[in-house]
Design a protein around this ligand. Structure first.
Ligand code: FES
Length: 233
């Protein structure tokens, strides 16, 4: 089989504007798009730039737009995306080079929701215990790998990058509903901002894009509900 891969290219040092380049290569149906990009880099153009590290869907570094949808390139198989493949950088973040975007605004939003455990009470002699039900309450949102597939597939984020975006909210959810944490009310105040949870219009793009299958829209709904009912004040 042969695949045609059309890739967004932009080198700010030499290009006035972005363009696409197309490459043709032999593929197997089980090849990943990341394999194809590595092949192109190794055989056609060593200057092709993209992020990747683990190649196993864990590090979250190779989020990109493949045939118009956000994927991790290491989890997108040829048999799923087809033999005509268009690869672009994710939307809503500035392109640094080719498929690499500036992730700083994304991580600033992540940091702004206090994504860490807060509890100043004296620690118990052993660990801080939780029931199975208490641990399950936030299990889904512990799975986030900060790839940005969700935030950069969100039309509300495309419209205004001040919007915290789904990934920051997923990580706020992970601590807000942790029975051991004591900063839920403070985080909810941050999320109740004009650029917070109520900018979510329940479009579900984030849930569809998440490579970890986190029920993101549901998690955001739980945050909206917590703010509206004052349950965690
Ligand atoms: S390279 Fe690590 S998630 Fe794809």
């Amino acid at each position: 089989m042969e695949a045609t891969v059309k890739i967004f290219r932009f080198n700010p040092e030499t290009d006035q504007k972005p363009h696409f380049e197309t490459y043709t290569m032999p593929v197997e149906s089980t090849d990943r798009v990341l394999d194809l990009l590595e092949y192109i880099k190794g055989n056609f153009d060593g200057t092709l730039s993209f992020r990747r590290s683990c190649a196993h869907g864990i590090c979250g570094s190779d989020a990109m737009r493949i045939n118009g949808r956000n994927y991790l390139a290491c989890k997108a198989l040829v048999k799923d995306v087809g033999l005509k493949i268009k690869v672009e950088p994710v939307l809503g973040l500035k392109v640094i080079k080719d498929l690499i975007v500036d992730m700083d605004p994304f991580f600033e939003h992540f940091r702004s929701v206090m994504p860490y455990f807060v509890n100043d009470e004296p620690p118990p002699a052993k660990e801080r215990l939780q029931t199975i039900e208490e641990r399950e309450r936030f299990d889904d949102t512990t799975k986030c790998i900060l790839c940005a597939c969700c935030t950069t597939s969100c039309p509300s984020f495309w419209a205004n990058q001040e919007y915290l975006g789904p990934a920051a909210m997923v990580n706020a959810h992970r601590f807000i509903f942790d029975s051991r944490d004591r900063a839920a009310a403070e985080r909810l105040r941050i999320l109740n901002d004009q650029f917070g949870v109520f900018r979510c219009h329940t479009i579900f793009n984030c849930t569809i894009a998440c490579p970890r299958e986190i029920e993101i829209t549901q998690a955001i709904g739980e945050l909206k509900n917590a703010i509206s009912t004052g349950a965690l004040e």
